[in-house]
Design a protein. Sequence first.
Length: 81
Amino acid sequence: MERLFAAAQEEIALLTHERDEVVAALKKWAKADPLERLELRIEATTRTLRAELNALRAENRRLKREILDAHGPGPDRRLRA
């Protein structure tokens, strides 16, 4: 029961932090002129694309390992990045 309570408190702290970030971003957006809003959209898009790229790179590494494990080691079977 105590572990569940501690986990719930931790989740509340994380959600509160996320809420504060969203509120700050909305306030920043509300004060921004059109050019600043464009810059904010570009920043957000760039962050999203970088996160997706990192996830795809990790998936690519995982699949390469999986293929190598399935076929065994061999000098001609190495995959290049």
